[in-house]
Ligand binder design. Structure first.
Ligand SMILES: [Zn+2]
Length: 694
């Protein structure tokens, strides 16, 4: 069986891409088993060497190990996120435990850790290059944070906790996907479509067609439900859509996530306690730039009261366009009335903007910016293997015409894909191990194979996919992560690409968002899909003026979610609150969350927190990174050129290429010439009144 398993055969496609067309769900379990066995053998050889530990025979070798496992795993996780099915979901449930147990066994291997620890203690006398020292410290910390230093009985308990967490986070994600693909709001006739502009109708028709329905449906895909809430004149239908959107995972029955989340929280508390921390937030933050709960709190406190004040100003503006209506503004009303303000005050509406934001043009705009900043060129390679016909493959070359990597872009929502937008990889850049070459042999170094996933509503057959400005910003955001992977230029895989501290990881992505609103970029790329005309300068001016309106609403919603995340992960109790939804509601009330705002990341479907641990006690990272990106982008503003070559060169060297080879604070300071300040963030979000010098 393993002789014919395509996951275990040499991959002969160009760039060592996986043979997606041959891979079936039943190939994964045996491939995982074989790959874990191979990884264990590799590690046994490292640990059993007679020679004393050296950087080369231990750290370098450790960094090279487990390639087959990461190869199989990366294909698997990309498919379960973007193109899943019940068979893959069953494998996911079946393998979560064994894979977690494998991880624990690796990091609790006493003989292996003894070698790493010995080197770590002598690290200052080993004569290591800076990146080598960084790798040693990082790997040592990986071991420690995975339980290497715990007593044997504690290690056993720790491994159990991690295994249970892996099973529960898998279940949480599958429950959310279930609720998202199960819901559809059918719109019957003109009365149900009232207020919806053509682009929303087209997207709703397409969503219906995908589900084999004639007519229009609203799904819980963000790029469909948000425009519906923004434009629909049918308050009752808005309420229905809003309630469905915000109650995912919160219902009795098989897909109830409330108890799943409680169990995850209880296990995380045990995990933290085994490490000697009172709460999970303390444990998680110890390995971040922020470092402590109080540092995060300080940032949230800086923003929260200002955002509340901004929301009050915005509410007054909403009241004005409501023309004396005494109705309460409910959560399903806010976007609708905010859109009215935008239309009246700034004479701007999404329906006017979208024809200028055709998907293909925005992709081209992102490529063009990467070219002008970093010298990259993207060429379509329709011949490369992909896992779904909607995925576009590109070969990426640098200014010297050398291949940098491969970029796969998967832009459309579908029932088999989870919600949100994200970047992932099939292979990280490194120079420590020879790559799997196209002929199945190894040669050259590993180049980054990078993916971007978005969830845009696809245009109907024969019609273009038009983005909102928010969609275009999301496209640029994920592309920024993609560049962080593609431009990576480090020796060791563990330090490559986006594998940085998690409150640094959103810097390259959020930084890149700035270019989509540069007038120069819009002028070149925002062209009307029918007439080819450039977006009128007057419309750009109005877009910029309108940009800060409703920032209070956005900031309050985001910050409230970050507050909930920190609070729920800071509890020192072994048991999570009995009623998580009541805990959330009570907390927000005490923080003075204004009525009519509503959160769309509520605990029973908050995937950042519970579909994995990457953003648990870490939802604040977007704001943390925004301090850096707002301050960092000012370097271009100060240079008077959004493509200033000198600033771009420093940005590439210290931020986009350095991976985790530099300490993040030092990397930022090297780029900017100083540490970041919070003021540009507050200014960007319109949260401080600027006093112009006379
Ligand atoms: Zn991001």
């Amino acid at each position: 069986m393993n002789d014919t398993n395509p996951l275990l055969q040499p991959w002969t496609a160009p760039f060592g891409l996986p043979p997606f067309e041959l891979i079936r769900a039943e190939h994964f379990a045996p491939a995982f088993q074989a790959a874990m066995r191979q990884h264990r053998d590799e590690l046994r050889r490292i640990a059993a060497q007679a020679e004393p530990a050296s950087f080369d025979n231990t750290l370098s070798a450790f960094d090279r190990s487990g390639r087959l496992l990461s190869r199989v795993g990366s294909v698997f996780y990309n498919l379960t996120a973007s193109e899943t099915n019940p068979q893959l979901q069953a494998v996911q449930r079946e393998m979560a435990g064994p894979l977690s147990a494998h991880d624990s066994a690796v990091y609790m291997d006493g003989a292996l850790f003894a070698r790493v620890d010995e080197l770590f203690r002598r690290r200052d006398s080993l004569g290591l290059a800076p990146e080598q020292l960084r790798l040693l410290e990082r790997v040592h910390l990986d071991f420690v944070r995975s339980g290497a230093q715990l007593a044997a009985t504690e290690q056993q308990r720790y491994a159990q906790v991690m295994e249970q967490l892996a099973a529960l986070t898998t279940r949480f994600a599958q429950n959310v996907l279930h609720d998202e693909s199960a819901f559809q709001l059918a719109l019957n006739g003109e009365a149900d479509l009232a207020g919806l502009p053509d682009f929303v109708r087209a997207a709703a028709r397409q969503a219906a067609a995908v589900r084999g329905i004639d007519g229009h449906v609203i799904t819980l895909s963000r790029s469909l439900v948000v425009p519906f809430l923004t434009f629909s004149e049918r308050r009752d239908l808005r309420e229905q859509a809003w309630r469905a959107w915000t109650s995912r995972g919160e219902h009795d029955g098989e897909h109830d996530n409330r108890e799943v989340a409680r169990q995850i929280l209880a296990l995380r508390n045990q995990q933290a306690r085994l490490h000697g921390h009172p709460s999970y937030a303390d444990f998680a933050l110890a390995d971040t730039m922020a470092g402590t709960r109080s540092a995060v709190q300080k940032l949230l406190d800086e923003v929260w009261p200002r955002a509340l004040a901004a929301v009050q100003r915005e509410r007054a503006a909403l009241r004005e366009v409501m023309d004396g209506s005494a109705a309460e503004i409910e959560a399903w009303d806010w976007r609708y009335w905010a859109e009215r303000v935008r239309q009246r005050r700034y004479a701007i509406d999404d329906a006017e903007v979208k024809p200028y934001f055709r998907l293909e043009n925005m992709v081209e705009a992102a490529f063009d910016c990467a070219n002008r900043l970093f010298g990259l060129r993207f060429s379509a390679r329709p011949d490369l293997p992909v896992y779904h016909p909607d995925v576009k493959a590109f070969e990426v070359r640098n200014a010297a015409d050398a291949v940098v990597g491969v970029f796969l872009q998967d832009n459309f929502a579908r029932p088999s894909k989870r919600s949100g937008a994200w970047m992932s990889s099939l292979q990280w850049q490194s120079r420590n191990a020879p790559a799997f070459a196209g002929d199945g042999k190894r040669g050259g170094f590993e180049i980054p194979l990078i993916l971007n996933n978005n969830n845009f509503a696809k245009g109907a057959p024969g019609e273009p996919t038009l983005l909102s400005l928010d969609d275009a910003r999301t496209l640029f955001h994920e592309f920024g992560h993609g560049l962080h992977g593609l431009l990576s230029d480090v020796t060791y895989e563990r330090l490559s690409g986006t594998q940085v501290l998690r409150d640094f990881v959103e810097l390259p992505s959020q930084m890149f968002e700035h270019w989509i609103t540069e007038p120069e970029v819009l002028e070149r790329h925002a062209r009307h899909w029918q007439t080819g005309q450039t977006i009128p300068p007057d419309l750009v001016r109005r877009m910029h003026a309108a940009r800060q309106f409703n920032q209070g609403y956005e900031t309050v919603r985001y910050t409230a979610s970050a507050i909930v995340d920190m609070a729920v992960h800071s509890l020192p109790d072994a048991e999570a609150p009995a009623d998580l939804c009541a805990f959330e509601a009570d907390l927000l009330q005490r923080h003075g969350l204004p009525a009519g705002i509503g959160l769309n990341h509520r605990l029973p479907h908050f995937q950042h927190l519970f579909s994995g641990s990457g953003y648990a006690a870490g939802y604040y990272v977007y704001l943390w990174a925004e301090v850096l990106d707002a301050d960092g982008y000012d370097a271009f503003t100060e240079a008077g050129n959004p493509f200033d070559p000198r600033v771009a060169q420093a940005l590439k060297r210290y931020i986009y290429s350095s991976g985790n080879s530099l300490e993040p604070g030092a990397a930022y300071a090297a780029f900017r010439g100083r540490a970041a300040t919070v003021r540009p963030l507050l200014k960007k979000r319109g949260l401080i009144e600027e006093v112009e010098p006379a």
